[in-house]
Design a protein around this ligand. Structure first.
Ligand SMILES: Cc1ncc(COP(=O)(O)O)c(C=O)c1O
Length: 471
């Protein structure tokens, strides 16, 4: 190629990947620009349609990356996912290049074999060896599917007649459960009135005594307990419910027992941390997201089910002769999914697995916990910081206590926002009752103690500056 010849789009793409993979851990976490100003700035880009110009494409790409939050940055502690791993990134890109859909062996032969193999291995890790597993669009979707499985097991007639005419039902979750359970109730046509939220203790664990009381009162009102849902790693505190206690109640009241382990299920890979999942071997189903704690690119959701046949009962319907064809080689995964077209989400996980293996995953989890202990110790050592909730895993909930008399939630919110706008660090917030808490999540496999300490240095410096504003 002569030097004057323009690069092919694919060669350009490689140079963008190289450039961004250097930038994504350096400089600011985000070049923050307020909404209206960013909108204005992006207006000047060649975003009109049909330019047929690669120049305009790369300009938009540059701008997109320039204003994106660097989620692999060592000062990004915001979500239940962070960082970027090269093998999985290669998997994501290659999967996009091959562009197929998981529904049939015919169009996705290697992907079908890989997904089946990965799920077999993960079933062993999560203790569902004799059951079945399905890749979903994520934790919300897995929780929804689990609810449907419970509903159709209890009332098989729903498949034909729908939920009209069902007796009143009740689904039990803790008040710490992820909001996807609320959505699942709505999408399943059961409604929010049928979702019973049980109080949790100050560590975030569901109260078994309250749950039993509610189960008894619902039954006495003529409601059918349809499912009990525990959480393995709540979204804010990272708390684990007592799964043996929940399993016992599920048995006593003959209900489906589901565990939402979208976030905290990943401790199954760690011999040290697996203790939190004690009792999960008694669950009917379990949600896990490979894109959260393990850090493969979004999305990579899985639903495990104790007994086989449930996916077939709920998902395998309709006239599908245009797509699923009988034949000796028929190993199609599509009939057992809520989706029709589906991305090959397990390919990136497969490459991550091939590269790091289960030992690598275990080391990753153990390292997150060790770094989280560093964060906890730092909070306890700082006179103006307060740990607001027991630390279970790698969720750390804390706040600043200023020396001036101000509203603590307003004060901490201000610090968080200023840190975000400065681009120094990004951390999330939530509420524990009426109190705002800073929720720090440590799940970037490439950070170390110095990054954790830098976060607290940044936070404390911003707290001092904010105190002066309030003084
Ligand atoms: C406990 C829990 N369950 C489910 C979800 C939803 O997962 P997804 O974003 O993959 O739908 C989340 C998301 O944070 C979560 O924390």
């Amino acid at each position: 190629m002569s030097p004057a010849e323009p690069q092919s789009p694919y060669a350009q793409l490689v140079s963008v990947l190289e450039r961004y993979s250097d930038q994504r851990t350096q400089g600011k976490v985000v070049d923050y620009v307020p909404y209206a100003r960013l909108k204005e700035r992006l207006r000047s880009l060649p975003i009109q349609e049909g330019t047929q110009s690669w120049d305009s494409v790369w300009k938009v790409v540059d701008s997109y990356l320039a204003h994106s939050v660097k989620t692999a940055h060592p000062q990004y502690f915001n979500q239940l996912w962070a960082g970027q791993s090269a093998p999985a990134l290669v998997g994501s890109v290659v999967e996009a290049v091959a562009n197929t859909s998981m529904y049939t062996y015919e169009v996705a032969p290697v992907a079908t074999l890989i997904e089946t193999e990965m799920l077999e291995r993960f079933k062993r890790v999560f203790g569902f060896t004799d059951g079945e597993a399905q890749v979903t669009t994520g934790g919300s979707n897995s929780n929804y599917l689990a609810l449907l499985l419970a509903l159709h097991q209890r009332f098989p007639e729903v498949k034909q007649h729908g939920v009209r005419g069902l007796p009143p039902v009740a689904v039990f979750v803790s008040d710490q459960a992820h909001y996807s359970m609320d959505k699942a109730m709505v999408m399943a046509g059961l409604g929010l009135d049928s979702l019973v939220k049980i109080p949790s203790d100050e560590s975030g664990q569901i109260s078994l005594a309250e749950l039993e009381r509610k189960l008894v009162s619902c039954v006495s009102e003529g409601r059918i307990p349809l499912a009990i849902v525990g959480t393995a790693g709540t979204t804010v505190r990272g708390a684990y419910d007592d799964f043996n206690g929940l399993a016992k109640l599920a048995g006593k009241f003959a209900t489906w027992f589901h565990i939402d382990g979208a976030w905290g299920g990943a401790v199954a890979f760690s011999k040290t941390e697996r203790k939190w999942l004690d009792g999960s071997e008694r669950a009917d189903s379990l949600t896990w997201d490979g894109h959260k704690m393990l850090g493969v690119p979004l999305m990579c959701g899985v639903l495990f089910v104790r007994k086989s046949g449930h996916f077939d009962r709920v998902c395998n319907l309709g006239d599908t002769s245009y797509i699923f064809h009988d034949g000796a080689e028929r190993q199609d995964l599509g009939p057992y999914s809520l989706q029709c077209g589906r991305r090959v989400d397990m390919f990136k996980m497969w490459l991550e697995y091939v590269f790091y293996g289960e030992q690598g995953f275990e080391d990753r989890i153990d390292n997150f916990m060790a770094l989280s202990a560093v964060a906890e110790d730092r909070i306890k050592a700082e006179p103006n910081l307060e740990l607001q909730s027991k630390r279970w895993i790698n969720n750390i909930c804390f706040r600043s206590i200023p020396t001036v008399d101000v509203d603590l939630s307003e004060f901490n919110k201000r610090i968080r926002e200023k840190l975000y706008h400065s681009g120094n660090s990004l951390v999330n917030m939530a509420y524990l009752g009426d109190n705002m808490t800073v929720r720090m999540i440590i799940c970037n496999k490439d950070i170390d103690e110095s990054d954790v300490n830098m976060f607290f240095d940044n936070w404390i410096a911003m707290a001092i500056a904010t105190e002066q504003e309030f003084a």
